[in-house]
Design a protein around this ligand. Structure first.
Ligand code: UD1
Ligand code: MG
Length: 463
């Protein structure tokens, strides 16, 4: 008989199931590492687990265990999670019931445990808290997080008595046609009294086409031993989406993106066309910035206030200061300081720091370069491994020839220099302050301050 003792110290553990291969993803990457909103799916489960403030978090790993462990370690670091993390190795992928069984030595440390799946990235903190709170209030042995879906296909169905008590969960693969018509489903998030869970786990048998041990079978077994199964129904059916296939992955991406866009709009960002705008989970955008259609902001991108970004921009892990205009351009791992005007059709590559008040025009590529205050690189240039100081004008078609076939070399252009059109700067080379370079020059030697360099063949007219 299962005891009904809910008193005693609040000792909560969270267990995350992440050992499955994810066969239906048709992938060599473990399912929980597939990105959603620019982060591996398990990131969201880890964040939710941490928000529940447990004494420790257990993660069941199995398929590609080292990769999953490395990713979780990174997430723990990124999110500053300080509670202990325990890894539990599931030796064989014998189902979610077996995954939890392997974790019993970890679970025994707690009175209550929340079990989460690593493939449900949309679950909200609100439902997580509500699940635990409802478990504490209803004083049963198990509380399930459920939802009513118009299309429950693929999920475990919640079977209730005529009085509404939860009797069991039936998996789709073994459900009768009557059970299949039930539209209340199991989200895969549960709160268990550990003592009751252990009793249930022992008796789960192999089932279904793959002879798996379903964790969901524990409910009926716990009930048969006198336990009580309660349910907390989510108010937001979208959040229970489980990602088992690439199609579901695309649904998760769309929903998460919409949440991100809503969050930004509520904080004062104008998004002209949410349907064509994609924003990753860590992106930040300042107040009164407008994001124009067909713009993708990825990774840890931060955009300042009062900017115009897009249409057709791809920005990844870049920082853009206040009052910038970025049109039809690609920016990766770079910093654009305030009041810059970039594009159309500019490509700003990693390790570049540009601005303030810099103008980078069409068909200009900048790589690992520093471009100072007020400088203009308006048309058709390649600026690589260069340091360009303030108020420099770079003429159309100017190229820093930074690569000699073996190594990269630096170009330095001091303040107020004027570089004419179609100049080749053969690095390493330094152009002095206020120096002028005649159009069409190929500069191989340093140019002193305020000097004029002409390095081109004299025009000859022959008849
Ligand atoms: C599971 C539930 C189903 C629920 C759905 C919600 C079971 C039997 N079924 O189905 O009732 O509606 O989630 O999304 O649990 N895992 C392991 N080891 C294994 C097998 C799975 O750790 O041997 C992990 C997976 O990595 C995953 C989780 O358990 O995170 C669920 O497994 P999955 O195969 O996705 O189950 P579903 O068919 O989605
Ligand atoms: Mg699943």
């Amino acid at each position: 008989m299962i005891s009904n003792n809910h008193k005693g110290g609040r000792s909560l553990g969270v267990l995350i199931l992440a050992a499955g291969e994810g066969t239906r993803m048709e992938s060599t990457i473990p399912k929980v590492l597939h990105p959603v909103g620019g982060r591996p799916m398990i990131f969201y489960t880890m964040r939710l687990a941490n928000a529940l403030k447990p004494s420790a978090i257990g993660v069941v790993i199995g398929y590609e265990a080292d990769k999953v462990k490395a990713s979780v370690t990174q997430i723990v670091r990124d999110c500053g999670i300080s509670r202990p993390i325990h890894y539990i190795l599931q030796k064989k992928p014998l189902g979610s019931g077996n995954a939890v069984l392997e974790a019993v030595p970890f679970l025994k440390k707690f009175k209550t445990v929340v079990v989460l799946c690593g493939d449900t990235p949309l679950l909200t903190f609100e439902s997580g808290y509500a699940l635990v709170q409802s478990h504490e209030e209803q004083k049963g042995q198990v509380t399930l997080l459920t939802a009513k879906l118009s299309n429950p296909k693929g999920y475990g169905r919640i079977v209730r008595s005529p009085l509404g008590e939860v009797l069991k969960i039936v998996e789709e693969s073994v459900a009768s046609s009557k059970e299949l018509s039930i539209n209340e489903i199991n989200s895969g998030a549960y709160c268990f009294e550990v003592e009751a869970l252990q009793v249930g786990l022992k008796e789960i048998g192999a089932k279904g086409p793959k002879k798996e041990h379903f964790l969901t079978d524990a409910m009926e077994l716990i009930r048969n031993k006198g336990g009580k199964i309660n349910a907390y129904m989510s108010q937001n059916p979208e959040e229970v989406l489980g990602v088992n296939s690439r199609i579901q992955l695309s649904h998760a991406e769309r929903i998460l993106n919409r949440r991100m866009l809503d969050r930004l709009m509520l904080s004062g960002v104008t998004i002209l066309d949410p349907a064509s705008t994609h924003v990753d989970a860590d992106v930040e955008v300042g107040q009164d910035t407008t994001i124009h259609p067909s713009t993708i902001l990825r990774g840890k991108t931060i955009i300042g206030k009062h900017c115009q970004v897009g249409p057709f921009c791809f920005v990844e892990n870049a920082q853009v200061g206040n009052d910038c205009e970025i049109r039809m351009s690609q920016l990766t791992e770079c910093r654009i300081l305030e009041k810059c005007n970039i594009g159309p059709f500019a490509h700003i590559r990693p390790e570049s720091v540009i601005g303030p008040r810099v103008r980078i025009g069409n068909f200009t590529e900048v790589k690992a370069s520093r471009i100072g205050f007020g400088t203009k690189v308006n048309h058709l240039s390649y600026i690589g491994d260069a340091e360009i100081h303030e108020d420099v004008n770079i003429g159309a078609g100017t190229i820093t020839c930074n690569y000699d076939g073996k190594a990269k070399h630096k170009t330095t252009i001091a303040a107020k220099a004027f570089v004419g059109s179609n100049v080749n700067l053969i690095a390493p080379v330094k152009i002095g302050r206020g120096a002028k370079i005649a159009a069409g020059s190929t500069v191989t030697e340093d140019v002193p301050d305020d000097a004029l360099a002409i390095a081109r063949a004299r025009q000859v007219i022959k008849k």
